[in-house]
Design a protein around this ligand. Structure first.
Ligand code: MF3
Ligand code: CO
Ligand code: CO
Length: 259
């Protein structure tokens, strides 16, 4: 096990500002997510919004990623690459994942959007996945085990007959995009490191209607799809461990995700 960074006040303030910008980017894009637009168009708007606010989109060129955000539709679990030929249509569900670098500090958040009339099972999956994220967040406090985040998420998902993706994890964040530790979304109770005040990490459960297994697209090397081609949903926040619990750094309040 390596070292989990404890952030100082100056770093926390910087990461909070970047995280708020990432959250506000999702709020901004929510007005533009609708049937008939391409995912490349949304990516362009996101890129412009982030730069207009004095920041840089972290995904662009990250290990060769070609776009400024990830947009993952339907059976895509994560790391979907925005493109001109993917046009949003009635019944689609999608995750938009935004990571900003502001004054060198990183913030990372994602949410689900829906297009027109979606199936009842898709609607339930989205609601339950967001609930699962908040069950994980509730476990965040000094002295608790990281494993209890994944334990809480997986227990709920299992009770609802879903599966939790295990091939991608949450992660420490702030001075880099991906820092230690890996935050598992399915884990044994009381496993892993202990949380301490000043740690910052993401929780970003990916939950599938069918089997957990993800397959990465051979052609682009990024797009992760469910092996059984059933639906997947994801929500993500950047979380600070405070002296008595947590602060959701990417929380910018409620906004309407339903289009
Ligand atoms: N934002 C993603 C995460 O939550 C990572 C995307 S990596 C990229 O960790 F290269 F695809 F952008
Ligand atoms: Co993340
Ligand atoms: Co992300």
């Amino acid at each position: 096990m390596g070292k989990i960074i404890i952030k100082n006040q100056e770093q926390i303030e910087g990461i909070r500002k970047s995280s708020q910008l990432a959250g506000n980017t999702l709020k901004y894009i929510s007005e533009h997510v609708k049937a008939g637009v391409s995912t490349a168009y949304l990516d362009k708007l996101i890129d412009e919004y982030i730069r207009d606010n004095g920041a840089i989109p972290a995904p662009l060129n990250y290990h060769g990623f070609p776009k400024s955000c990830c947009i993952s539709l339907n059976d895509v679990i994560c790391h979907g690459i925005p493109d001109e030929k993917t046009i949003l249509k009635d019944g689609d569900i999608l995750n938009v994942d935004v990571t900003t670098i502001l004054d060198g500090y990183y913030g990372d958040t994602s949410t689900m959007f829906t297009i027109g009339d979606i199936s009842e099972e898709a609607d339930r999956l989205i609601e339950d996945t967001e609930h699962a994220l908040y069950l994980g967040i509730e476990e965040v406090k000094p002295g608790n085990y990281f494993g209890n985040i994944g334990f809480a998420i997986n227990r709920f998902a299992k009770a609802k007959k879903y599966s939790v993706v295990y091939q991608f994890c949450g992660h420490g964040i702030g001075l880099e995009f991906h820092e230690e530790p890996q935050v598992e979304h399915a884990a044994p109770r009381n496993s892993g490191d202990l949380m301490k005040a000043g740690m910052i990490f993401t929780i970003e459960p990916m939950i599938n209607i069918g089997k957990a297994k993800a397959i990465i697209d051979e052609k682009d090397g990024w797009t992760a799809r469910t092996a059984d081609q059933k639906l997947s949903a994801q929500f993500e926040h950047t979380i600070l461990v405070t002296n008595d619990g947590y602060e959701i750094l990417t929380d910018v309040g409620e906004y309407n995700i339903f289009k």
